[in-house]
Design a protein. Sequence first.
Length: 532
Amino acid sequence: MLKKHQWWQEGVVYQIYPRSFQDGNGDGVGDLAGIRQRLDYLAWLGVDAIWISPIYPSPMADFGYDVSNYTDIHPLFGTLDDFDALLAEAHARGMRLILDFVPNHTSDQHPWFAESRASRDNPKHDWYIWRDPAPDGGPPNNWLSSFGGSGWQYDATRGQYYYHAFLKEQPDLNWRNPAVQDAMLDAMRFWLDRGVDGFRIDVIWHLIKDEDFRHNPDNPEYEAHMGEHRRLLSTYNTDRPEVHDVIARMRELLDHYPDRMMVGEIYLPVERLVTYYGTGAGGVHLPFNFQLIGMAWDPVLIRAAIDQYEAALPPHGWPNWVLGNHDNHRIASRVGAAQTRLAAMLLLTLRGTPTLYYGDELGMADVPISPQQVQDPLEKNMPGLGLGRDPARSPMQWDDSVNAGFSTAEPWLPMAADYRDVNVRAQARDPHSLLHLYRKLIHLRDDWDALAIGRYRGFSAGAQLVGYLREHENERLLVLLNFDTAQQVVDLGDLLCGEILLSTSLKREGEPVAQTLLLDGFEGVIVRASCN
Ligand code: NOJ
């Protein structure tokens, strides 16, 4: 592989939800020592970087996305020494480490908030978003919390409301205040100096709110099953133009260090999403592209989404793709077990950096959570709508021993019922497993520049297929994905011949291809084109 690109362009990112990856101290919750124990697995799988969801001190109202100290480690996960050891061991294996940074809001237990809420004239009085009540004593405007109810919480001491985009235990910082910006950049600097390779920036498109606090308009597409938080459009509380100025400050900081990156969590339509690359080099390196998570699993729509995204990217914008994360249903549950292989091949052959969610490489599915087992505040606030995120956060399935080798204690969330069959050890032994498919796809990206950095060109192969070419210098690969249950014959005509480099079945490598190609139901192949 020619190293013409940055590690975060060529590499594959693997998301670890630390509570659920590996418990190292027998308390039923995953931790840093546990992740360390599993680095060899990640190296074997071939991932280039790990992103770890928040590990900072936190009251855990939102499982770590409510930070009470940005420059330390929660004792549940370990210590700063454990962190340094993990970072060193990851680096020793050539693996990068991306921290989750949560700048939009703190915990209400953060000392900054304690100070801010104490009076209207303390030095941190405007570090958060405080507003006087409306004339009727109610909230200042109609903004809603993404976790249900009003986004405003009344505070009797100040006689004012503070805004929280998520839980009331997660007050939003006032990013228009330069002192807040400085403090948060200091926190980033703390970790950059320790050697972290980058940040995944939580809800980056939320950072700046409308200066005039205008009411949000109604959402014309709202239906009750979406949850109350979708009743209004987030026109004035997210994606404000000035957000790009504060992102530019973060970028400037990162650019002082060699080889660092940031990836922004942004749920926006493509034409808005791509503005987060910034003009010139002032934006995030990667604005997460969640299209495959949000859209129907349909080849026509997927083809259109790829083309639209490719066309919308600015000249300096490097693409990226995501199939799953800790906030959404598992890919295996969204598309069904029969199509997890197809999904893997799509994710790992599209142009751009792929981000994998832990356990998806095994086909882990959503785990049913009874009302008594619910942990997620989102489910507690808006029960029964299928919004809860616990099902996609169940412990990693390592082997067929008690608790799948995740913990010797009762895990904090229930294990999947299928873990005795669906686990790393069993799939590592089976050369045709989904795990081996993931591993081969990841390694193919190392072996073929066309896959890692090559051009993308759509290849029209029939209504039920998604096809594209990936090309770099003299390398030319054709990816064909059959989204139909039925077999499909693809007519390649005189266009192309070659041999199969990889099939999702892992059973057709080396098969010659000419004129026509038969694909099984839900089969995908990568063809190495050696003529034309
Ligand atoms: C996005 C995170 O991914 C999610 O898990 C969290 O609940 C919200 N941000 C609030 O921080």
